[in-house]
Design a protein. Structure first.
Length: 488
């Protein structure tokens, strides 16, 4: 007999209101009534909903009943913003649009804000601007982390002459396509066996059982492990140029072949972000201009649940990258001689002026003292391998890329296929997939961005794209999806 599977939509359809009770009901039924039919399970839920007081002493169903008869939330009054925001530094202000500056001003006025910074690649997003860094006191803001939790960069460096990328372009392209999967909602038909068992360990994490909301996401995570999303996510081969002889990777100055990936936690992270943002907005009511900055206290059940789920999603994003790199390395018959990786949509517990704070980096690269990272440019512009300087004025952060100067819709309206083809040809780049919304013209000049943050990072080398694969789906087709992210 197949195991019971219920969705939140089914549970809400029989009268359950949106909120934690839905995920508790889903988890309880799928765990303790897994051999019942959907009709039988829904009938039980209807009976509990009709008279929850009759099930308070039930060994299993009491969890649902308790949620149904919980008193109304005490926090219903709108929390005002501070008149004056905390101080924050802006790097590369001339490159940053007004909308992002205004969003950072609003974030700085949150009662829980402690410090902030804005990176030179910043542009407007939801809640905290992309490129925004915000430290808070005992509070986690789901939309200051972002929808694509744990989105990250990963670079494997191989002892291969870069000329091989042109000499055997068709072969490298074939292996790239054969060992990757792109697209919103895309899944593998089955979980494959990979050479690095550590990549799949995340699928057995206890959080999937201990946090009821996550139980129904485990299957999706399994099917999407080793895949990439849409938008600005990519997997690409290119030339690595190491220029600093005193690098932590212990690589001689010279040229190598690199495999660079950019993607995040797929449907797992997107669902976590949307779920806990809704809870935060119900519990922390803020003025309209700040509503997406609603927070959860880390001393609350929901706040700790999000913290654990966020860390799970971050580890899952890392496992996705490691899986991709393991598959492609095996396909080309090479082992990497060095690896650099970092994530940029996340929150960390760090010390600030002698006190532990929560540092949110939404589209910002950790750049603590001697911390390694990769800051990409575009499909034709170089990326930079960097070492952090630990600049406290930037909360130990740097940009996560060049940053957009055109929205997706503006790029689609103003960039032509002919212009993109010429740009690719001029730079000798082979593009697989990719759309006009991701054309190099839609991004800021990465060299200007890097010039604006010389105080934040040292450059150890560069990565020049050669064979680039992206999703290529028209963004208008996935713009309204809530269970998948388009890149940021």
């Amino acid at each position: 007999m197949s195991k019971l599977k219920l969705t939140g939509k089914q549970i809400r359809a029989i009268g359950y209101e949106e909120g934690p009770v839905v995920s508790v009901a889903m988890h309880t039924m799928c765990t303790h009534f897994k051999h019942h039919t959907e009709e039988e399970a829904l009938q039980i839920l209807k009976e509990v909903l009709a008279a929850p007081e009759n099930y308070i002493t039930d060994e299993v169903l009491h969890k649902i009943a308790e949620k149904l008869i919980e008193p109304a939330e005490e926090i219903t009054t709108e929390i005002p913003l501070n008149v004056t925001g905390v101080a924050y530094n802006v790097f590369g202000a001339k490159h940053i649009e007004e909308g992002a500056l205004l969003q950072m001003q609003t974030a700085a006025k949150l009662p829980v804000a402690v410090a902030g910074a804005l990176m030179p690649d910043a542009h407007q997003g939801y809640g905290l601007p992309i490129g925004g860094v915000l430290a808070t006191n005992n509070a986690i803001i789901p939309y200051a982390v972002g929808v694509d939790i744990g989105c990250r960069m990963c670079l494997s460096i191989f002892a291969i002459e870069p000329d091989e990328l042109k000499k055997r372009e068709a072969w490298f392209q074939r292996e790239l396509v054969a060992n990757t999967l792109f697209g919103a909602g895309r899944e593998f038909s089955k979980l494959e066996v990979f050479s690095e068992p550590s990549s799949v360990e995340v699928l057995d994490r206890k959080e999937f059982n201990e946090i009821s909301f996550l139980s129904n996401l485990q299957s999706k995570a399994m099917k999407q492990l080793g895949s990439s999303g849409s938008g600005n996510h990519f997997v690409e081969f290119g030339k690595v140029e190491i220029t600093d002889a005193d690098n932590a990777m212990n690589l001689p100055v010279g040229d190598y072949v690199g495999l660079l990936t950019h993607s995040g936690s797929r449907g797992l992270g997107a669902n976590i972000a949307n779920h806990y943002t809704q809870i935060a907005m119900q519990k922390t009511v803020l003025p309209k201009e700040a509503k997406h900055l609603a927070w959860l206290g880390l001393d609350t059940q929901e706040g700790m649940e999000y913290w654990l789920a966020m860390n799970l999603a971050g580890d899952y994003a890392s496992a996705c990258h490691h899986t991709i790199h393991a598959k492609i390395a095996k396909a080309i018959g090479e082992k990497p001689i060095a690896r650099v990786e970092n994530h940029h949509n996340f929150a960390w517990k760090e010390m600030w002026e002698g006190k532990e704070v929560i540092v949110h980096r939404k589209g910002a690269t950790p750049a603590g003292k001697d911390v390694l990272g990769i800051i990409p440019g575009s499909m034709t512009a170089p990326g930079f391998i960097v070492k952090g300087k630990g600049e406290t004025a930037a909360l130990n952060s740097a940009s996560h890329g060049a940053g957009r100067k055109m929205s997706r819709s503006k790029a689609l309206a103003n960039i032509t296929h002919e212009a993109l083809k010429k740009e690719l040809k001029d730079h000798g780049v082979k593009l697989i997939g990719g759309g006009l919304d991701e054309a190099p013209f839609a991004y800021k000049d990465i060299n200007e961005v890097m010039q604006s943050q010389t105080a934040l990072v040292d450059v150890l080398g560069k990565f020049y794209p050669a064979i680039v694969q992206m999703d290529g789906t028209d963004p208008r087709k996935f713009r309204k999806r809530r269970d998948e992210v388009t890149g940021e």
